[in-house]
Design a protein around this ligand. Structure first.
Ligand code: AQP
Length: 327
């Protein structure tokens, strides 16, 4: 029996290279060795305001990008979270087992609520309960995520343990898997902050569907520092971030990269980085255009994915309701 992977992305903006290097690339690499479920988590997206038409369009765009990046819908289940009611239903039940103190410790809520102030929704606070439901419904073993999501996966594990200790073995305990390199790709304009899809500053992120000239010009404007040497030095966040992106797209070792750029300046680094990123994204962009030429193709993949995932989710939910005494 293969171990099960569950992961997802919110359709709340353009996917960027942080999503690719921190999440999707890992999913593709792990695909053959695991039993995979990849979700487009639209219920999570509405924790902040969304335009309904744009939300639907992003849901389909992200599905196309999963497939273009190499997720095979025959091998892996790909579906939309809101197509399976069990996610919202289990989230409500888990809410009743998660102490407020656990939720109040979640750093992502603290950061996001500072920006939104009194407009912040209860749904955003409750985000980790819904994410725990997503993971626990499918007997998930492994959750590949970027560093920012580790705390949420740990909460899913804690609530599973708590529920199991009250009602007996019900949920499998999931483990987060964080990539060694690329777990936190930083903004090009401000390398002290995570590359973020809700950040709209034009030089912040390289989106997966950006044309080559846009990619090159964003990189040429990326923040560096006033030093000269091109080295993997975590204390120089701008240059370090560019080198990590270069490392992940080129597949070269850090030693090779430092030797290659020895004596060269930042303009050369940015230019060559532009070349590797453009070439790295070219096949994905070409596949995306082919896959989305017929929009009904994406919809039929999502319908099939929901049909395959639903019985698993409903089985877990029925067991939970029985244990709790509902119905
Ligand atoms: N910059 C990043 N570096 C590495 N991994 C990243 N991920 C996101 N940004 C980076 C990983 O991608 C997966 C899906 O992310 P998500 O959609 O759940 O949330 P997000 O994109 O991280 O949300 P944002 O950027 O904060 O956008 P909004 O403002 O729309 O909510 C996760 O595994 C994440 O770690």
């Amino acid at each position: 029996m293969k171990k099960r992977v569950f992961s997802g992305i919110k359709p709340s903006g353009n996917l960027h290279i942080g999503h690719y290097l921190g999440a999707i690339k890992q999913w593709v690499q792990m695909q053959d060795n695991y039993d995979n479920i990849f979700c487009i988590v639209d219920l999570h997206a509405i924790t902040v305001p969304q335009d309904p038409k744009v939300l639907k369009a992003w849901t389909r765009e992200i599905t196309g990008l999963y497939l273009a990046a190499g997720i095979d819908p025959k091998q892996s289940i790909v579906f939309v979270q809101s197509h399976i009611c069990a996610h919202a239903e289990l989230a409500w039940i888990l809410n009743c087992f998660i102490p407020m103190g656990w939720m109040q410790r979640m750093t992502q809520f603290k950061e996001k609520s500072q920006k939104l102030k009194e407009q912040v929704s209860t749904g955003l606070f409750d985000y980790p309960a819904l994410m725990a439901a997503d993971i626990l419904l499918y007997d998930t073993d492994v959750v590949p995520v970027g560093e920012d999501q580790k705390q949420h996966v740990e909460l899913a594990r804690d609530v599973a343990q708590r529920f199991n200790s009250i009602y007996g073995e019900t949920f499998k305990l999931p483990e987060p898997v964080i990539p060694k390199v690329g777990a936190r790709i930083m903004g090009l304009d401000d390398p002290t902050r995570k590359m973020d899809k809700s950040e709209t500053a034009p030089g912040h992120a390289i989106n997966l569907l950006d044309p080559p000239d846009v990619i090159r010009s964003k990189l040429m404007r990326a923040t560096t520092d006033s030093l000269k040497e091109i080295r993997f030095d975590g204390n120089r966040p701008g240059v370090y971030n560019l080198l990590v992106i270069y490392e992940l797209f080129s597949g070269k070792s850090r030693q090779e990269i430092e030797a290659h750029f020895d004596g060269k300046g930042y303009a050369a680094l940015k230019k060559e980085l532009g070349d590797v990123v453009v070439e790295g994204l070219r096949p994905l962009q070409e596949r995306y255009r082919k896959l989305t030429a017929d929009p009904s193709h994406i919809d039929s993949i999502l319908a099939d994915g929901a049909d395959r995932a639903r019985p698993m989710a409903e089985k877990t939910l029925a067991l939970v309701k029985e244990r709790v005494g509902l119905g």
